[in-house]
Design a protein around this ligand. Sequence first.
Ligand SMILES: C[C@H](O)[C@H](O)CC(=O)C(=O)O
Ligand SMILES: [Mg+2]
Length: 392
Amino acid sequence: MAMPKVREVRAYVVRGGGADYHDQAEQHWIDDHVATPMAYYPDYRDSRQKFGLNVLGTLVVEVEADDGTVGFATTTAGEPGAYIVEKHLARFVEGAPVTSIEKIWDQMYASTLYYGRKGIAVNCISAVDLAMYDLLGKIRQEPVYALLGGPVRDELVFYATGARPDIAEKLGFVGGKLPLQHGPAEGPEGLRANLDKLASMRERVSEDFFLSWDCWMSLDLDYATRLAQRSAEFGLRWIEEALPPDDYWGYAELRRRVPTGMWVTTGEHEWTRFGFRLLLEMGCADMIQPDVNWCGGITELARISALADAHGVPVIPHGSSVYSYHFVLTRRNSPFSEFLMMHPQATEVVPMFHPLLLDEPVPVGGRLRVPETPGFGVRLNPECALHRPYTH
Ligand SMILES: C[C@H](O)[C@H](O)CC(=O)C(=O)O
Ligand SMILES: [Mg+2]
């Protein structure tokens, strides 16, 4: 049987959630005074949207085969991403057999090196790569996890990221990651407020439930060290993204400074095996957190994961809903998963990319059996308005 070829690539922008999960309405916990690198400037402390965190929006990439089957995937890249996909990347995809995923990845990466390597360009490569996996799964009538070699376990186990770890425990999650709210510019008072929050959450959860900090690149080495040391009495499991992502040397030093047993984690804002090679070889992290919608798609995540495994470092992908679930299910060195609580108060489980996807599975009791539906098993919600700003 001749393998279908890709007939058309289309790139759309959509607002209000999806892969750009920071693109939420006002009063959402995710925008409520979260510590960031911009918190040095008082005007940008109370809201990340004020400095443009959600300025891009979600990019949806569709790949249509000549038998009419359509695969799709999403990333954070908005209109600039739509331009890159339509005007540049589409040429490597259209006309290629639907099995040609590796060659397409290589051509997309090599041809964008002069402006890419990290950031939006690789986010776009990720979306095309994931859309190709979705398409191939649909054509072969298999879930993506089957294309990746099949499951190594029956179900996924989740920790929850959000403002209410106490509720997350009641919902069955195994741990909770709190957004750090105050950074170095808010001085000793801010540090005290951070520790008070951790202490009060520790009192509300059981001993077995782990707590971690998400610092979203906001700290310096000195503050991160003090935060880690003073969080130890509350049994902090890990300190995440404490430093700006380019400070590989700072991460390596932080790992030497944190109390025994506490993990330093990062990788959410890192791209490709080349970026992760630095993190791994420099000893920057006890666990890495690539985002499959950003780091280069499943093709690249498989390489990053193998590299991390050889270094004895577990891979717990950042967010990314079904795109992570299908991968994590197939890898022993990804023993649990993140679930981002997208409910505005983080008090209920709602689908991570809500409202963009239909059939998006969610953990029940903190666990999930990934459905066998072909591809990634999700559909675009026709009620979400897709805008196609460019064609080619
Ligand atoms: C809560 C964090 O600031 C961010 O919005 C999400 C994140 O970094 C994570 O899920 O990890
Ligand atoms: Mg994070």
